[in-house]
Design a protein. Structure first.
Length: 257
């Protein structure tokens, strides 16, 4: 089986592929202080709970936007799986032509998402990834990465309100009963949830004006489903898009395993 690891600033997404089939997937919190051995214990427990053995892993691919954790997961794979992982970076074949002023500035996860979206949905498309930041990535009709937009993530915005104001509480992201909040918590929930819906709708409209009326819109990331329930502009919710992209990139570089 192929082990796919996507290391983000908030979550680490782990998937197991048997051929083309995603047979298991997990999402764990990113904790910068954890050692390779501590992460290995977590991964081992996930494997055991799912009925898998570490010895079933034939290879591994890693995409990361957190360099220190990249090294720790490489150490984990070498020490516990006895494999040399493929780490997505400069020189890795992705099948995506990058039309960005400085291609090295684009996060690996964004290119991988584009690769997967083009294979699954075609282009042109806008991929909205609800992670630590909310990113909008533009995919051309021929599969090129054209660029995008980056906004603060929903949780960052909610936490900033709590930390930077004296009287506003920390809240969860439940849907308020209506847009006009009649108490502080519901007013904050309205501003954050419905405000981000407005952000998504506004940027999708601007992307569509540039990419054309037939642009697909795909949401991924931990909060994709939450936002998609509140707007009709998101056509597809694909929480494991990055894992599928990792498998595609692995096949391009080391062949199907």
């Amino acid at each position: 089986m192929l082990l796919c690891v996507d290391i983000g600033n908030t979550n680490i997404v782990i998937g197991l592929y048997r051929g083309e089939h995603l047979v298991a997937h997990w999402r764990i919190s990113t904790v910068h202080e954890r050692t390779a051995d501590e992460y290995a214990i977590i991964v081992l427990n996930l494997f055991q709970h799912g009925g898998f053995g570490m010895d079933e892993v034939s290879d591994c691919i890693i995409a990361s936007v957190v360099p220190p954790l990249t090294e720790r997961f490489q150490e984990l794979v070498v020490n516990y799986l006895e494999k040399d992982p493929l780490v997505v970076g400069t020189g890795t074949r992705t099948g995506v032509a990058i039309r960005y002023d400085r291609p090295q500035e684009v996060g690996a996860d964004r290119i991988i998402n584009v690769a997967a979206a083009f294979r699954e949905y075609g282009g042109p498309a806008c991929i909205v990834d609800f992670g630590t930041g909310t990113t909008f990535d533009a995919l051309s009709a021929t599969g090129e990465y054209l660029g995008g937009a980056i906004a603060p993530g929903i949780r960052i915005a909610a936490e900033a309100l709590f930390q930077r104001t004296a009287k506003l509480p920390r809240i969860d992201l439940q849907r308020p009963p209506k847009a006009i909040g009649t108490n502080t918590v519901d007013a904050m929930r309205s501003g954050i949830l419905f405000g981000y819906v407005g952000l998504v709708e506004g940027l999708v409209a601007r992307f569509r004006a540039e990419l054309g009326p037939h642009m697909h819109v795909i949401a991924t990331g931990g909060l994709g489903e939450v936002i998609a329930r509140e707007t009709s502009v998101i056509e597809h919710v694909d929480p494991w898009l990055t894992l599928r992209g990792l498998r595609l990139v692995y096949d391009l570089n080391r062949g199907a395993g």
